[in-house]
Design a protein around this ligand. Structure first.
Ligand SMILES: [Zn+2]
Length: 188
């Protein structure tokens, strides 16, 4: 029996406040990464009170209660919607390709069993001590998808201005502010 994975998964989070939704999406992102999915795009739509709600409040203004309803509507933000689209990156395997001899070796291997070269996965940078936010796309107007642990080693795979697409040794990939990354030469 073969399991076929859908190319994309769309997760929608509905509620308030926005921080709760982001926390929910982060735990989902970690879970989906194990199945080979990386977040691709995300969007945040703040909630709005419908026209109907305002009309009802207006009618109720004939009675004192309407003023209270208006005040409530001004003070309380309705639920917003956070939508995250995940793209299937291929099955997560426990193997990698040796960069020197191109043989397939175990991901956890410290040295290649074919050519003997050491640590084929070599990080180029690491996350600053206090950790940092990572994004699905180089766009800071969107909420971050995950908070990376401090000192996590990474490989910078791609750059776009002040942004870097980084890869962790788990196969996870995402965008971060590359000005905050600590290059390997400065590690202590
Ligand atoms: Zn090798």
């Amino acid at each position: 029996m073969t399991l076929s994975n859908p190319a994309t998964i769309v997760r929608t989070y509905y509620g308030a406040p926005q921080a709760d939704l982001i926390a929910a999406s982060q735990s989902d992102a970690l879970e989906l990464a194990k199945q080979g999915y990386s977040p691709k795009t995300q969007s945040w739509a703040p909630g709005q009170w419908g026209c109907g709600a305002f009309l009802v409040a207006l009618l109720l203004c004939l009675f004192v209660i309407g003023f209270l309803v208006f005040i409530y509507m001004l003070l309380v933000k309705p639920n917003g919607t956070l939508t995250v689209t995940y793209e299937y990156q291929g099955p997560v395997s426990d193997t990698k390709v040796c960069p020197r001899c191109a043989e397939t070796i175990k991901k956890a291997a410290k040295a290649c069993r074919f050519c003997g070269c050491e640590t084929p996965w070599t990080p180029t940078h690491r996350v600053p001590d206090q950790g940092m936010a990572a994004y699905a796309a180089p766009d800071p107007s969107q909420p971050s998808v995950v908070t990376l642990d401090g000192r996590l080693p990474l490989i910078v795979a791609e750059r776009a201005g002040d942004w870097a697409r980084v890869e962790a040794d788990t196969g996870w990939t995402g965008w971060v502010d590359c000005r905050r990354l600590v290059p390997r030469s400065l590690w202590t």
